[in-house]
Ligand binder design. Structure first.
Ligand code: ADP
Ligand code: PAZ
Length: 307
């Protein structure tokens, strides 16, 4: 079956025309926030792609609030805040966390009275110690490397309106879960959940992470480009590791840079690329929106699921 059958495809110009007010919409503070997030982000992408996207999300969010109100009135239940949950999926190093943080900044700008939180599912990967115990250290990022029970419980608690919910934290530079450190989520209006596994079907559980989603975005690009972005990020991790013996990449700063990159290329080929091909890419057509990136993270096509 044609994978794109259910999607409308837009080029950038058409997509931009749905909300062409970017120039006046962003404040100086927004621009500074975006630049401090990543100074490589193209502001043209923000105006022409991300702003129409958050406008569309806002429309759906307003409908969602309306529906919640009608439902609670019908059931004669007191109104309570059920968060609107947005999932962001895609390969390792495709730019999920950068896009997710961008969406968070822009949604806060669009809806300043709403609390918009962001978590990444990396925090729900088992600690290295546990991965080693299970003999799956070389499978980090694959479905079996996540504590899905814990992730689903987390989402269920946030959804149920619990006052205080904790998410564990993963550090790329330590290459492990940070012990005893948590991100606290307190009754958000909107929660963005970013991770490679967010649209995957469960192996043992009966519910999916995506059952909690009200909207899902997949970030797409050719694997050759993603590999390049993976290696660029690896270079940056290496540059920050020099002074810090506790950094996972510190030992790689001692040998030749060429050798370190050869090792990173091998990890991409043996771990992250097979994960993309076998487990991440097959989830692409479960998203509401697919952002397709070309060279330099430039978004050239946008696919929107037809309802
Ligand atoms: N829009 C963008 N413009 C420029 N560089 C980007 C953009 N998005 C991501 N990057 C860079 O690509 C690399 C991977 O991005 P990241 O957000 O860490 O990906 P992920 O969360 O999918 O692993 C990082 O080095 C990041 O700085
Ligand atoms: C922790 C991750 C699975 C998360 O990926 P992310 O989308 O945050 O880049 C990934 O960065 C990773 O560590 N993969 C294992 C192989 C590797 O070292 O790249």
């Amino acid at each position: 079956m044609d994978e794109w059958l259910n999607y409308d495809r837009f080029d950038r110009e058409t997509w931009h025309s749905f909300f062409p007010y970017g120039k006046t919409f962003l404040t100086q503070e927004n621009l500074e926030d975006i630049k401090s997030l990543n100074d490589q982000i193209s502001l043209a992408d923000v105006r022409e792609v991300y702003l129409p996207l958050i406008k569309l999300i806002q429309l759906q969010y307003q409908n969602y609030l309306q529906m919640q109100l009608q439902k609670m009135t019908f059931l004669r239940k007191p109104m309570r805040r059920i968060p609107y949950i947005i999932g962001i999926a895609g390969s390792v190093a495709v730019g999920k966390s950068t896009s997710a943080r961008l969406l968070q900044i822009l949604l806060k700008r669009l809806m300043p009275d709403k609390q918009v939180e962001l978590i990444t599912t990396d925090g729900f990967i088992y600690p290295n110690r546990e991965l080693e115990k299970r003999g799956i250290m070389a499978r980090k990022g694959f479905p079996e490397s996540y504590d899905m029970e814990k992730l689903l419980t987390f989402l269920n608690d946030v959804n149920a309106g619990k006052d205080y919910v904790q998410a564990p934290i993963y550090s790329h530079s330590v290459y492990d879960i940070v012990p005893d450190e948590y991100q606290v989520i307190e009754k958000p209006d909107v929660l963005i959940v970013e991770g490679i596994n967010v649209l995957q079907l469960p192996t043992t559980q009966r519910i999916y992470v995506s059952d909690f989603f009200d909207f899902a975005v997949y970030i797409d690009a050719e694997p050759e480009l993603i590999e390049q972005w993976y290696l660029e990020r690896f270079g940056m991790l290496l540059d920050t590791a020099f002074q810090d013996p506790s950094n996972y990449y510190y030992p790689y700063t001692k040998g030749s840079r060429q050798q370190a990159f050869a090792m990173a290329r091998k990890v991409w080929d043996m771990v992250d690329l097979p994960n993309l091909r076998d487990y991440i890419l097959p989830t692409r057509n479960r998203a509401d929106v697919i952002l397709h990136k070309a060279e330099n993270h430039h978004i050239d096509r946008i696919y929107l699921r037809e309802d």
